[in-house]
Design a protein around this ligand. Structure first.
Ligand code: SME
Length: 157
C-alpha cells in the first residue's frame, strides 16, 4: 500500500490533489497518532523531496519533537519561540521564504533555507504543528499552505 503513495508526476497542486485523498484514506483507518504522523511525514518527504518534514506536539507547555523524516532536529521548542513556537502562539500557518529573515528562527540545520509551519487545532486549541523545511529559498507558497492545512485539519491525531 505505501508504495502507491509515492507520486512523481505533475505540478505541486496536482501532487497534493493526488496525495491527500490517499493519506486521508490511510490515516482514517488508524487511531494511533504517532503512526499517522509517521506516515504523513514519510509521504510528504517522498512526494516532494523536502529537506525535513515532521511534527512537534504540545506536551507540558512545550513543543516536543514527534515523528519526522530528515536530519536530527531540536527536541523542544518553547511557546512563541522560532517559527514553530510562533505558529503555535498565533494559531496560524506561517510561510517563511528566507529563514534568515525570520527573527528568532531556530536553526536545527544550517542547510534549511525556507520553511512552512501549519498548526494543528483540535477543539480550538493547538495540539501540534507540522513543520516542513526546504534547502531552497522560497520553496513554499499559498498552495502548500492550503493543502497542508486541509491535510492537518482531517488528520486523526
Ligand atoms: N526552524 C524551526 C525549528 C524546527 S526545525 O526546523 C526542524 C523553528 O524555527 O521553529
Amino acid at each position: 500500500m505505501a508504495e502507491n503513495l509515492i507520486i512523481n508526476g505533475g505540478n505541486k497542486q496536482e501532487r497534493y490533489e493526488t496525495l491527500l485523498p490517499q493519506l486521508q484514506a490511510l490515516t482514517a483507518g488508524e487511531t494511533d497518532a504517532v503512526a499517522n504522523m509517521a506516515n504523513v511525514a514519510a509521504a510528504l518527504k517522498q512526494t516532494f523531496g523536502f529537506f525535513w518534514v515532521g511534527f512537534y506536539v504540545v506536551k507540558e507547555e512545550t513543543l516536543v519533537l514527534a515523528p519526522f523524516q530528515g536530519p536530527l532536529a531540536c527536541t523542544r521548542i518553547r511557546y512563541g519561540k522560532g517559527v514553530c513556537g510562533t505558529a503555535w502562539k498565533e494559531a496560524r500557518t506561517i510561510v517563511v521564504p528566507d529563514v534568515e529573515q525570520f527573527p528568532g528562527h531556530i536553526a536545527c540545520s544550517s542547510d534549511s533555507r525556507s520553511e512552512i509551519v501549519v498548526p494543528i487545532l483540535r477543539k480550538g486549541t493547538v495540539v501540534a504543528v507540522l513543520d516542513i523545511d526546504s534547502d531552497h529559498l522560497n520553496a513554499f507558497d499559498e498552495t502548500d499552505a492550503e493543502y497542508l492545512e486541509k491535510l492537518c485539519a482531517g488528520l486523526p491525531i
